[in-house]
Design a binder for this molecule. Structure first.
Ligand SMILES: NC(=O)c1ccc[n+]([C@@H]2O[C@H](COP(=O)([O-])OP(=O)(O)OC[C@H]3O[C@@H](n4cnc5c(N)ncnc54)[C@H](OP(=O)(O)O)[C@@H]3O)[C@@H](O)[C@H]2O)c1
Length: 428
C-alpha cells in the first residue's frame, strides 16, 4: 500500500484534533483513500509545550520550511491562523508541489484567491472546508454536490460565540454584557471579543461562501457587518412573543445587477430552519434553482469537528494524488465580475420598537410618517408602560432599507416620541 506523507503547520486545537483523527481512524481512512495517510512533521513555535495529541518528539520542528520544502511531504496542512506567515509558507509549499489544506478563514478570505490561482496554475489542490462552519461540509456541498445549481441565497449562522451569547440572552433574559462575561469565563469567547461580536469572523466566512457560490471574487472588506452588542433582552423577549428568534446572520443573495453580501442580526420566524439552531451550533441554509432549499447544521468549532473537515480535505487531496488527478476542481472564481451592491439599496422587512408618550393619536402620527416614506405596516402592537409611556412595536412590510431608516429618524424627531429603541431586520 502506498503511503502519503502529510506535514502540518501548527499543533494547537485543530491540529491536535486532526492528528488524533488520522491516528484513531487510520484503518478506515486508508480503506477510503487507497493509501496510508500519515503525519510526518508538525511545525510549532514552542517545542516544550504540552500537546493534546501524541507524536514522536522528532516529528516536531520550529522551522516550518522543513515542511514546506520537504520532497517526502505531499500535503501541507496550514493550521496556524493569521495571514502571515501562513500565506508565504503556503505559497512556498505550492511552489514545491504540495497540495494544500487550510482551516484559516481570515487568510482564505483575504488572500485565498491569489493562493488558489497559484495552486490552480500548477494543477494542485487548495482545499479549505474547515474555514467555514467547522465540521459542516458546506464548501464541498457548494463546490461539488451543488455544481449543477445556480445559487440564489445563502443564509448562515456561522459564528458559534455569538450564537451561544444570543441563545443565553434568549433563555435567561440576560443582558449582552453579562452573558459575554460568562462566555469569556467559560472560554467560549475571546478576551478581545470584537472579531466575533462585531461580525468580522462571520464577514470572512460569508465572503468565502459568496465567492464560491456566485463564481466571483468577494473581498471581505466589501461585506458590511453589524454585530450584536446593541441587542437588548427586551427585543429578544418581544420578538419571542411575536413568534421570532433573533440570530446573527451572514447573508449572500443574488440581486438585480449584482449580489448582496452582509452580516447582521435579524428576526427569524420560528418556522425558519435556522431559528432553532442554538448554542455553539452553526448552520447554513442554501437555496439553489434546482435543489431548492437545503440546510446543513452541525458543530462550528472544536478540535474534533474542525479536525473532521480538515481530514476530509486531506483525504480528498490523497485520493486525487492516488488517482493522479490533482487540481480536479477548477479555480473559476474570477471568471465573472459581479458587483457587491451597497446596503442602502437593499429591501427588507423591519422590526422597530418605539417608546412614546401615551397620548391620543401617537400611533397614528407615527404610522403617517412611515406612510410618508412609502413604508407599509404588516403588524403593530402597542402596550402601556409606567410613567405615562407606551411601547409600540412595528413590523413593516418590505421597504427600501434607506427609506425605513430615514422614516425612523423622522419618527425619532416627533414630539410624542421618547426614543426609537430598536430597528432590526426581519427575514422571511
Ligand atoms: N479552534 C477552532 O475551533 C477552529 C475552528 C475553525 C477554524 N479554525 C481555524 O484553524 C486555525 C487554527 O486554529 P487553532 O484554534 O487550532 O489555533 P491554536 O490553538 O492557537 O494553534 C495555533 C498553532 O500554530 C502554531 N503557530 C503559530 N504561529 C506559528 C509559526 N509562526 N510557526 C510555527 N507554528 C506556529 C502554534 O504553535 P505553539 O503551540 O508552539 O504556540 C500553535 O500550535 C485558525 O486559522 C483558525 O481560525 C479554528
Amino acid at each position: 500500500m502506498r503511503s502519503i506523507n502529510v506535514g502540518i503547520l501548527g499543533f494547537g486545537t485543530v491540529s491536535s484534533g486532526t492528528v488524533r483523527i488520522l491516528q484513531e481512524n487510520a484503518a478506515a481512512i486508508t480503506a477510503r483513500v487507497g493509501a496510508n495517510v500519515q503525519v510526518k512533521r508538525v511545525a510549532v513555535r514552542d517545542l516544550s509545550k504540552p500537546r493534546d495529541a501524541e507524536l514522536p518528539a522528532s516529528a516536531l520542528t520550529t522551522n516550518p520550511e522543513e515542511i514546506t520544502t520537504d520532497p517526502d511531504i505531499a500535503i501541507v496542512v496550514e493550521l496556524m491562523g493569521g495571514v502571515e506567515p501562513a500565506r508565504s509558507l503556503i505559497s512556498q509549499a505550492i511552489a514545491h508541489g504540495k497540495s494544500i489544506v487550510t482551516a484559516n478563514k481570515e487568510m482564505v478570505a483575504k488572500v485565498g484567491h491569489e493562493l488558489r490561482q497559484q495552486a490552480h496554475d500548477v494543477g494542485l489542490d487548495f482545499l479549505f472546508e474547515a474555514s467555514v462552519g467547522g465540521g459542516i461540509p458546506v464548501i464541498a456541498t457548494l463546490s461539488e454536490s451543488l455544481a449543477g445549481n445556480r445559487i440564489k441565497e445563502i443564509v448562515g449562522i456561522v459564528n458559534g460565540t455569538t450564537n451561544y451569547i444570543l441563545t443565553k440572552m434568549t433563555t435567561e433574559g440576560a443582558a449582552f454584557g453579562k452573558v459575554l462575561a460568562e462566555a469569556q469565563a467559560l472560554g467560549y469567547a475571546e478576551a478581545e471579543p470584537s472579531a466575533d461580536v462585531d461580525g468580522h469572523d462571520a464577514r470572512y466566512k460569508i465572503a468565502i461562501l459568496a465567492s464560491l457560490a456566485f463564481g466571483t471574487r468577494v473581498d471581505a472588506e466589501a461585506v458590511t457587518a453589524e454585530g450584536i452588542r446593541h441587542l437588548s433582552p427586551r427585543d429578544i423577549a418581544v420578538a419571542g412573543e411575536l413568534g421570532y428568534r433573533i440570530k446573527l446572520l451572514a447573508v449572500a443573495q443574488t440581486a438585480q445587477n449584482g449580489i448582496r453580501v452582509r452580516v447582521y442580526p435579524a428576526l427569524l420566524p420560528l418556522t425558519h430552519p435556522l431559528a432553532t439552531v442554538d448554542g455553539v451550533f452553526n448552520a447554513v441554509f442554501l437555496r439553489g434553482d434546482a435543489v431548492g432549499d437545503l440546510t446543513l447544521i452541525g458543530r462550528g468549532a472544536g478540535a474534533l469537528p474542525t479536525g473532521s473537515a480538515v481530514v476530509g480535505d486531506i483525504a480528498a487531496c490523497a485520493r486525487n494524488i492516488v488517482a493522479g488527478t490533482t487540481g480536479r476542481v477548477p479555480y473559476s472564481v474570477a471568471a465573472t465580475d459581479t458587483p457587491v451592491l451597497p446596503s442602502a439599496s437593499a429591501w427588507s422587512r423591519y422590526y422597530a420598537r418605539v417608546r412614546v408618550l401615551d397620548r391620543p393619536k401617537a400611533l397614528a402620527t407615527i404610522a403617517t410618517v412611515f406612510g410618508d416614506y412609502g413604508i407599509s405596516i404588516e403588524s403593530v402592537v402597542q402596550r402601556a408602560m409606567p410613567d405615562e409611556e407606551a411601547e409600540i412595536v412595528w413590523i413593516t412590510h418590505e421597504g427600501r432599507e434607506s427609506d425605513v431608516l430615514a422614516a425612523l429618524t423622522a419618527i425619532h424627531a416627533l414630539p410624542v416620541v421618547r426614543s426609537v429603541d430598536a430597528a432590526i431586520r426581519v427575514v422571511a
